[in-house]
Design a protein. Sequence first.
Length: 402
Amino acid sequence: MNYDRILIRYGEISTKGRNRKKFVDKLRKSVRIALASFPKIKIRAERDRMYVLVNGENVDEIIKSLKNIFGIQSLSPAIRVEKDLDQMKEAALSLVKSLYKEGQTFKISPKRSDKTFELDTSGINHTFGGYILENIPGIKVDVKNPDINLKIEVLSEAIYMSCENILGAGGLPVGSSGKAMLMLSGGIDSPVAGYLTMKRGVEIEAVHFFSPPYTSERSKEKVIDLAKKLAEIFGSMKLHIVPFTAIQQSIKEQIPENYSMTTTRRFMLRITDEIRRKQEGLAIITGDNLGQVASQTLESMYAINDVTNTPILRPLLTMDKNDIIKIAKDIDTYDISIRPFEDCCTIFVPSSPKTKPKKEKVQHYESFFDYEPLIQEAVENTEMLTIRPESKEQPSEFEDLF
Ligand code: ATP
Ligand code: MG
């Protein structure tokens, strides 16, 4: 079938009242980025739906890209037809024929927004239903549970016909809910946490703590590869790489061993918060999962969280590991995450850190430690990379969009 456009339904955005324009704008940007490799397409954004005009590009490939975009509820490849009954009949017939398999049923779902159109809804049903029944031998009508549901929409400017309703990724368009910093390790959890937050419309920048020579270039590359995967969602993503060796060495010297993990996490949070402030983010995201390891008990979170009152988003907090792994596989980060690497924390941190640290104790230990200059130095020497997805080199016209 020669579809000439793809109809995009917004779903959740439609309920957002005054913010709608912003949501539609962000979605339009996401669509442009996702379809950057189809130069001939055109996007038409309207209040309650969007059209991608195909202009000869490959419809299946476009749909594949659109299915990953947050903020799209569903998609339908469609054709535009002039308000001419003969043309409409032929278009309806060829659309149904292109999908029909022997023994299948169909129905017509008319929607008549243009009240001046010559046929009312039952007229549309009879005219086109009748034509299809006459011309496809064996096809039957089933209004309750049809195999093919031909939607005919009569709008003031033209008629649109479509049959398929393809489920989109749901969620909200990225960037419509502000910006947050993702603490990105090389593990399985944090990329999934980033993905789920992006799905709620949050734009993310990643922060990674790197301790050369204890952690190798290979583990840095691993984090860059994870960032590339997440960057596919919005075309690019900033990754801040924080040199953490000096701080870890000082912690080892100054803090009792059983509290070094708690202090290390507090430093990571302080530094991330400082980068967040500079980058004008509103929250910090981690891959914490309740009870998984010593730093992720409620007591630990309480003691670590003490260093900031910036909201900390922990989308995986209550999830089961198997469910996290399933998402990691779906979004293609799992295979990268399981590559062997040295984590900056496991190298310095004792094998049995305190699982129930006391906030007052860690505050006391840190009170002898003049750490502020170390934090400033780490922030100043942080390397900021702009990560782009592997597969798509963005054309320069998108450069200044963000
Ligand atoms: P992950 O699978 O994301 O590494 P994890 O289960 O291994 O998580 P931890 O190593 O305790 O758990 O880390 C908890 C969270 O702290 C991570 O999800 C991540 O958000 C953050 N984090 C840990 N190490 C780093 C790092 N080197 N750089 C940036 N963030 C980190
Ligand atoms: Mg980890």
